[in-house]
Design a binder for this molecule. Structure first.
Ligand SMILES: C[S@@+](CC[C@H](N)C(=O)[O-])C[C@H]1O[C@@H](n2cnc3c(N)ncnc32)[C@H](O)[C@@H]1O
Length: 188
């Protein structure tokens, strides 16, 4: 099969597959319909833990159903709570944190992630990472809040000390506005 260059979302999924191992503890900061939560549950295996957050009860219900059907609900904790509070429920270090910013696909576009809470959550996530832990953030410029999130992340992540974190940035340079971008941060 020929190799296809794919968008930041797919690159994020490929990195997750390599970075998350059986027995890991990981966070899905934006559970949505639970696609990423399910992937994480499969990657951490029976002995691993996935802690997931969303502010919408519809997202939590949809994720719960997806995980139940896949038989992996027992390895997940689903919180109907803003990800900015993650440090209140997660105490120990984690192996990975995943953010897929924006709104619930097929849901209310008004309920999108917001710069202020995204800022707090990303800082909490970076502090919770264990050494060599990975944080993946997919963001979607092209709408007001997405533009603000991207601008903040570009600036803040570029200033992280390389002795503490390595930061990688994926985007198609010629895809035009609104194309997803992905930041990959690894704690040193
Ligand atoms: C792009 S969707 C996530 C899609 C999801 N990863 C999936 O696999 O289906 C973004 C989600 O972030 C949620 N969200 C918005 N603000 C949030 C917050 N402060 N904390 C946690 N989730 C939030 C939205 O409700 C929405 O479901």
């Amino acid at each position: 099969m020929p190799y296809l260059l794919r968008s930041a979302r797919f690159i994020a999924a490929e990195i997750l597959e390599k970075a998350v191992a059986p027995g890991n503890t990981v966070i899905d900061a934006t559970m949505g319909n639970g696609h990423d939560t399910l992937t994480l549950c499969r990657l951490v295996g029976e002995k691993g833990h996935v802690i997931a957050f969303d502010v919408q009860s519809a997202a939590v219900e949809s994720t719960k159903k997806r995980l139940e059907e896949a038989g992996v609900l027992d390895r997940a904790q689903l919180h109907c709570m803003g990800h900015q509070h993650m440090a209140e429920v997660v105490s120990g270090p984690v192996d990975a944190v995943v953010f897929n910013l924006g709104w619930l696909p097929g849901g209310d576009k008004a309920v999108t992630t917001l710069l202020d809470t995204t800022k707090q959550a990303v800082h909490a996530a970076l502090s919770l990472l264990r050494p060599l832990g990975i944080c993946l953030i997919c963001c979607y410029p092209g709408h007001q809040e997405g533009d603000r999130e991207r601008e903040y992340l570009m600036d803040m992540l570029a200033k992280l000390a390389p002795q503490q974190y390595n930061v990688l940035w994926h985007k198609f340079l010629n895809a035009g506005p609104g194309a997803p971008e992905c930041f990959v941060i690894q704690r040193q």
